[in-house]
Unconditional design. Structure first.
Length: 91
């Protein structure tokens, strides 16, 4: 889990007034301190880990998954926590 990952997840979770907010990497870049290329790469990793989901019908738009929301709100099971942090150790 990188600092950029946490910024992305918090951005997606922080706009609760919009139900199921989905954004492309450019929007993340313009509204955070993350470069577009970094946002694109980290979104791919977060999606592989199940924390975000790519919306197939919208091209390159991503939204926070249920697992990602539970991660941010510290509501993960021990198994889910091991899965997420285990991915980091294997890199």
């Amino acid at each position: 889990m990188t600092r950029s990952d946490l910024i992305i997840l918090n951005f997606l979770d922080g706009h609760r007034e919009v139900e199921d907010l989905a954004v492309p990497p450019m929007v993340l870049s313009r509204n955070t301190s993350i470069a577009k290329s970094t946002a694109r790469g980290r979104l791919g990793e977060l999606t592989d880990g199940g924390l975000t989901e790519k919306m197939n019908d919208t091209g390159g738009y991503y939204h926070l998954s249920d697992l990602g929301r539970r991660f941010l709100h510290e509501e993960l099971t021990d198994e889910e926590r091991d899965m997420i942090y285990g991915r980091d150790k294997n890199k």
